[in-house]
Design a protein around this ligand. Sequence first.
Ligand SMILES: Cc1cc2nc3c(=O)[nH]c(=O)nc-3n(C[C@H](O)[C@H](O)[C@H](O)COP(=O)(O)OP(=O)(O)OC[C@H]3O[C@@H](n4cnc5c(N)ncnc54)[C@H](O)[C@@H]3O)c2cc1C
Length: 561
Amino acid sequence: MSDFAPRTDEMRYILTQVLQAPAQLQALPAFAEVDAELMQQVLEEAGKFVASEIAPLNRVGDEVGARFEGGRVTMPPGFKAAYQAFWQAGWPALACASEDGGQGLPTVLEAMLYEMLSAANHGWTMAPGLLHGAYECLKHHGSDALKARYLEKIASGEWLATMCLTEPQAGSDLGLVATRAVAQADGSHTLSGGKIFISGGEHDLTDNIVHLVLARLPNAPPGPKGLSLFLAPKLLPDGSRNGVFCERIEEKMGLHGSPTCVLRFEDATGWLVGEPHRGLNAMFVMMNAARLHVALQGIGLLEAAWQKASAYAQERRQMRAPGATQTSLIEDHPAIQRILSTQRAWIDGGRLLAYRTAIELDIARHHADPARRAAAQRWCSLVTPVLKAAWTNQGFVGSSACLQVFGGHGYVREWGIEQIVRDARITMIYEGTNEIQAIDLLLRKVLSDGGAALGALLDELAADAACTHEVRQRFARLRQCVADLGQAATEQPALPYWVADDFLPALALALLGWAGARIEAGADGHWQAPARALRTWVLPEFDLRLQIIERQLAPAETATL
Ligand SMILES: Cc1cc2nc3c(=O)[nH]c(=O)nc-3n(C[C@H](O)[C@H](O)[C@H](O)COP(=O)(O)OP(=O)(O)OC[C@H]3O[C@@H](n4cnc5c(N)ncnc54)[C@H](O)[C@@H]3O)c2cc1C
């Protein structure tokens, strides 16, 4: 089994040729110096680092895993040295502002780095995965005193960060969070309660760990609006141990290199981040950054699975392909070509959409024109849940299809593909389950304004010269679907909840159709097989999803459910 090696030339093609990222980013004063050459250099270096330092640890991470003993967590062999090399080379600070010790580079480069890292070693990548979100959260909501103490350490990655939301009774429903926070005379708070499933809640990679914790003040109203956000470090500023204890780590299906911790907060000292009772607001900065990262995990893992399957298909011979006179390579069988080309279409289309989302994040922050900033914000708000749900779903389903290419050899450990399938499964669950993403999209982002924001986004895309008639037709059908749903929902308020899991994939397929048209238009005949797969085996599902929704628009249909 060979380790994953990023194909940075293919990633760069989407970034520079299809998306014209250098021109877009250089128009922002913050990135005036970032030209195509600099972007290429960063990607090449990132690719080399990932291939030489991180990918070789994937197997040991899975087989040895993180281990728990006496409240301490030992990471798999090699993980600590690789992390030290990672932060000392400045990778966590890539997209942090230079005044915070960062390199001030565009978010899209950081996104591409994390795609490669996740593809190479999902378990290891969980450790630094929340750093940038924690940095943004603290930068925008932290007090000056907190920033002075923690911002640079987080920006540089010298200390790792966690996101402590989930409790046994509070999963998707964070309104049920019960961890208590009590104000102290010196302005700090004491935190008491239990958190579960906390990624990287304890480890030996860094001296200190900075926990961002959702908790409830005594006078808080019930529900999500009563939550406040606190920063509670493992080690207090005087070097003493804070009251945060790891009780155990979970045994799980995959992601063995990442400790999933049960944490107990026992009068732990914490400091408020942002305003009281506005914790979810502050946390959303972190969660949105994390959702794009999770989408990139789906894309990266699918790429890793595709690379393995494609290499195997070029070696394995079985039976004769149609028209062949002797035993064929399995890559010559239409059934195998279909699997590989379909996944290629999802990977390349996903890259285009995810990289564009990362570029729009920077435009939303730095563009001089408020209207352009608002359009960028709209893109991120609508496309992020689609990417998170549809591309993590495909990360799992598609890597399972790639396992199929190996036949029985895929089911045994030797080729490493079964690990990808196991590791990919969690991406559909954490950072807001895919069902929650679908509801967020349809209820909060599409129907809440009568489809206006989605309509504006589709108008913008339809104006793209690369759009084909079919792409525009899909957009038109989506608009009609939103109008019909809005109407029907006045009489059947539960209807949008029934159809959300069809609406999100339908929008994902409409966007993927646009992305495919965009790639094909510039590819000069080099993208024929994925383009055909997209048209023939992927996009027809759009019609099916809309039919499923349309059937439920008739009241009699939902009444019988
Ligand atoms: C490996 C791993 C790492 C994790 N890392 C972290 C971390 O670092 N920090 C952290 O805070 N948490 C973390 N989590 C927790 C994760 O975010 C939660 O598991 C997730 O939010 C779902 O919560 P739950 O497991 O309680 O499921 P539940 O919320 O109980 O959901 C169960 C099922 O019901 C569905 N459901 C629930 N509510 C609705 C609804 N309103 N409409 C439709 N369907 C609904 C869900 O989609 C799901 O299918 C991690 C979990 C795992 C397994």
